[in-house]
Design a binder for this molecule. Structure first.
Ligand code: 5GP
Length: 189
């Protein structure tokens, strides 16, 4: 998606050779018009998959997942980051390490919102090692719903996450792929 590449070159900054700061576009500020274009692009790429639900993880995945759900005319469900230790019989929970925060968090989806008859499109902002994605994929599998694929705004293809998920036979569609951040320079694939 060329417009997104241009915006990343203008508005993102390289923190180090592993981390790209995307606060201006994804993680702190959101451009509604650009986000709607992202949603339409994901909807186009998954148009033939009979999606019944879009799912993401709070919080940075929500705007683009919302845009995708609107374009597909289906509901959006977001996995919540759980802060309570009280077991909930009606929830599916997975523990995931956080790439940027260096902590583990539990993500949770109520069984009420993920049914075996659902065809789910999982949308997320950035993929690095793939831990967050793998956690939500496990939840989707445990719900009995069918995972139609993953839509990722920024895939850092020099890290293993998206590749290992593709090796599982899951379709991963990325709007841009960042091949390297070496020397403070953003290089796209
Ligand atoms: P993973 O679980 O794939 O290692 O990391 C995924 C999550 O970590 C993303 O949803 C994102 O919030 C955060 N993350 C990973 N790499 C980056 C990065 O380079 N920049 C930013 N801003 N967030 C990142």
């Amino acid at each position: 998606m060329d417009i997104l590449k241009e915006r990343i070159l203008r508005e993102a900054s390289v923190i180090n050779s592993d981390v790209l700061k995307l606060d201006a576009l994804l993680n702190h500020q959101v451009d509604p018009e650009l986000t709607m274009e992202m949603g339409k692009e994901f909807a186009r790429r998954f148009a033939e998959k009979s999606i019944t639900k879009v799912i993401t993880v709070e919080s940075s995945g929500i705007p683009v997942a919302f845009a995708t759900a609107l374009a597909l005319n289906v509901p959006l469900v977001f996995a919540r980051r759980k802060k309570t230790l009280i077991a909930d019989q009606d929830a599916l929970t997975e523990r995931v390490p956080s790439f940027t925060k260096g902590i583990v968090t539990d993500i949770m989806v109520s069984k009420q919102f993920l049914r075996p008859e659902d065809h789910v499109l999982f949308i997320d902002d950035i993929i690095a090692n793939g831990d967050a994605a793998r956690g939500l994929i496990k939840i989707i599998e445990r719900s009995g719903a069918k995972l139609a694929g993953l839509g990722i705004v920024v895939e850092k293809s020099f890290q293993a996450g998206a590749g290992t998920i593709r090796e599982q036979g899951i379709v991963v569609e990325s709007l841009v792929k960042v091949a390297s951040l070496e020397g403070g320079i953003i290089r796209f694939e």
